[in-house]
Design a protein around this ligand. Sequence first.
Ligand code: SAM
Length: 220
Amino acid sequence: TELNVWHNVDDYFMTKLLPENEHLNSALQANKAAGIPEIDVSPTQGKLLYLLAKMKSAVNILEIGTLGGYSSICLAQALPQAGKVVTLEINEDYAKIAKQNIENAGYEQMIEVIVGNALDTLPNLKKAGLLFDFIFIDADKPNNPAYLEWALKLAQAGAVIIADNVVRNGAVTDENSEDERVRGVQEFVDLLKADPRIEATAIQTVGVKGYDGFVLAIVN
Ligand code: SAM
């Protein structure tokens, strides 16, 4: 019943506060048709990412974990004309669908999908001299500590870092967890704690995607 309430409240705010977004709807439909796992952020969470990017007046966004491009499009919609999203995806099939969704939404100039293991493609971004003011970490959770280290190398002063799935139904507090995704999140949180440049908090989320949460951080 708790789940039902979360779901209903999420639906309520979705209906009240999220205008129909044809591009996002189409992307979700295409993902479903292609059999992509439904592990994208929820609509209200996508709107949260959009609002955070807008509040930050973000211009250069890095996303680690594209899937079908749902959150990439949410983020691109928050950008000014000259803004850019670089998004990293290891799975060629997902990346192909994402590129199609992005093209259908008219964002192919704004969103660049880079295919490959993010651990291999992140160094290229650094070599190219790119810096980002908003970084969304949402890929394989065991690598969250490594992604944070790259995020710090690629962050402008004042950059925002967001990471998804940091609560995992509460498992994050289990010190003896053998789930490497949980361990990845725990190590990530410890790194945040240890870095004097970083100010961070976490928000727990409930809704159509269950019980989870985001870390929100700023790199000073
Ligand atoms: N951000 C997406 C959204 O909300 O629409 C959801 C991303 S999904 C939770 C995680 C994605 O990260 C998957 O598409 C997966 O293939 C990708 N991924 C996993 N390991 C990766 C790696 N080492 N490098 C790049 N992408 C990876």
